[in-house]
Design a binder for this molecule. Structure first.
Ligand code: ADP
Length: 493
């Protein structure tokens, strides 16, 4: 009897394989690091072969660790780092260049040209995205332009391209399936999120031949079976979603208005907005939230580039703390941040401000400022930035947030979570499964193969570890936020 699901969490710094049981609980995990290469300032690459071999290594290891082998695995799911692209040779199966990672800024000049030529609105309307090197399209074109002979070979149909999910599927199915899911396609800047197809005009504009692109399917469509060289009983791949969308689904944010925030290196806040792709004029992108059961639901997304990085900076560069886990106690050792604000705009500001030239600052210090105030201000900065995104959601017409689901490293900090609830005036809910990202894809696959019958069943399985209720008075909240906004303004000068 196949009663388990294996979810592949193909992240930026590591890949993992996680086995879930029929109650959505983690049974076993295997993890391997992924190397990131920085060949020039602002460039980020990965070895595409390492992505596959490490992922397969985890798939094998987790079966041995748990004693649960492929005969008991009903389906495979994939939650992957988004926007990262690979271009490979159809015949040899070899990548023609390293994977260009989502963080890579090398195509900034191409984006600038598109913006100068007046294409911003068209791109926003069709793709829901704000033109940025972050998204995949210009990265594919860059590879075709910089690898000798690549453009001709692409036009002759000899190359294939895809995001990490496509690359894994193609390899895991032994080159039988070249496909992606709608959530990943919606991050390429080549995909029309209204018509749900690759956009010919955008492909022409970005100079990406359409024959390179994968077939786009629902998130829990049939993506083929894992080859027997990797898993003897060849389970089907039945759930794929970009990591942030997968986490939205993993938190059971199935209804319009429900939202989740992941506090990792950066923060990614997504709100389900239902079946219409509403656009934001407040610096948020519109994206496909999930596509399953014949329905597409859209999401508004705010991405914060630096969140947990501020804690790493305190530890590794300032030497103010020894570990991230002590920050909650240090922050609580003072009644407030003593008027200090820390804006961690290390690489500019993302949503909703989108200012690449902004830089970090620490302001409001006096002779009475102590280490604890600075640590507290750093912790608070994650909550303030999140609050700005929630406000931008409301400006876009989303109903006020009453409850926010949270995950990621920073969500383990009780101080930050309480401060978040206070600032938002909404409850913050930390779920019982640490692995919401991998769980979302597993939910998709489990629904597809009948381990679960409905989303209601998923909701019933959901466990909550802790709820944080707002307790701050309105006056304090307003004055803290006003101080934060002054600090943000200064960081943008
Ligand atoms: P990612 O998936 O982006 O690598 P994780 O979800 O693993 O991120 O979270 C790691 C980030 O969370 C790091 O930047 C770290 O500084 C931050 N972090 C981890 N624990 C805490 C904590 N207790 N308080 C605040 N931040 C934390």
């Amino acid at each position: 009897m196949s009663e388990y699901l294996m979810s592949l969490d193909a992240g930026t710094t590591s890949v993992r394989a996680i086995i879930f049981d029929g109650k959505g609980q983690v049974v076993a995990t295997a993890q391997k690091p992924i190397h990131n290469y920085y060949p020039h300032s602002g460039w980020v690459e990965q070895d595409a072969m390492e992505l596959v071999s490490s992922q397969i290594g985890c798939m094998v290891e987790v079966q041995f660790k748990s004693g649960i082998h492929s005969d008991r695995i009903a389906a495979i799911a994939i939650a992957n780092q988004r926007e990262t692209v690979i271009v490979w040779d159809k015949e040899t199966g070899k990548p023609i260049y390293n994977a260009i990672v989502w963080q890579c800024r090398r195509t900034a000049p191409q984006i600038e040209e598109l913006v100068q030529a007046g294409y911003s609105d068209m791109i926003h309307e069709r793709c829901g995205l704000i033109p940025d090197p972050y998204f995949s399209g210009t990265k594919i074109a860059w590879i075709l332009d910089h690898v000798a002979g690549a453009r001709e070979r692409a036009e002759q149909g000899k190359l294939l391209a895809g995001t990490v999910d496509s690359w894994l599927v193609w390899n895991l199915t032994n080159r039988k399936v070249h496909a992606t899911d709608l959530t990943n396609a919606s991050r390429t800047m080549l995909f029309d999120i209204n018509k749900l197809c690759w956009d010919e005009e955008l492909c022409r504009l970005l100079r990406v031949p359409m024959c390179l692109l994968p077939e786009v399917k629902e998130s829990n469509a049939d993506f083929g079976c894992v080859t027997k060289e990797v898993m003897r009983h060849t389970p089907p791949i039945r759930g794929i979603a970009g990591d942030q969308q997968s986490s939205l689904f993993g938190h059971c944010c199935f209804e319009p208005g429900s939202a989740k925030n992941t506090y990792g290196t950066g923060c990614f806040l997504l709100t389900n907005i239902g079946e219409k792709p509403q656009l934001s004029r407040s610096g948020l992108v519109t994206t496909i939230g999930i596509a399953e059961g014949g329905k597409v639901s859209y999401a508004l997304e705010g991405s914060i580039f630096n969140a947990g990085t501020v804690i790493q900076w305190l530890r590794d560069d300032m030497g103010l703390i020894k570990s991230a886990s002590e920050t909650a106690d240090i922050a609580r050792s003072v009644p407030d941040a003593g008027g200090c604000y820390l804006v961690p705009a290390f690489t500019g500001l993302g949503a909703p401000w989108w200012d690449a030239n902004a830089r970090g600052l620490l302001c409001g210090i006096t002779r009475a400022t102590k280490r604890a105030h600075v640590v507290r201000a750093a912790c608070e900065s994650m909550a303030y930035q999140t609050c700005d995104i929630v406000e931008a959601m409301q400006e876009t017409g989303v109903a006020p947030c009453t409850s926010l689901e949270v995950d990621g490293g920073g969500s383990r900090n009780d101080f930050i979570m309480q401060f978040q609830a206070d600032l938002l005036g909404a409850e913050v809910v930390r779920c019982g499964v640490d692995e919401a990202t991998a769980l979302g894809a597993a939910y998709l696959a489990g629904l597809a193969v009948g381990i679960w019958q409905s989303k209601d069943e998923l909701r019933q399985m959901r466990t909550i570890e802790r709820r944080f209720e707002p307790a701050m008075d309105e006056g304090t909240r307003k004055s803290l936020l006003a101080g934060w906004h002054k600090a943000i303004e200064r960081s943008m000068v």
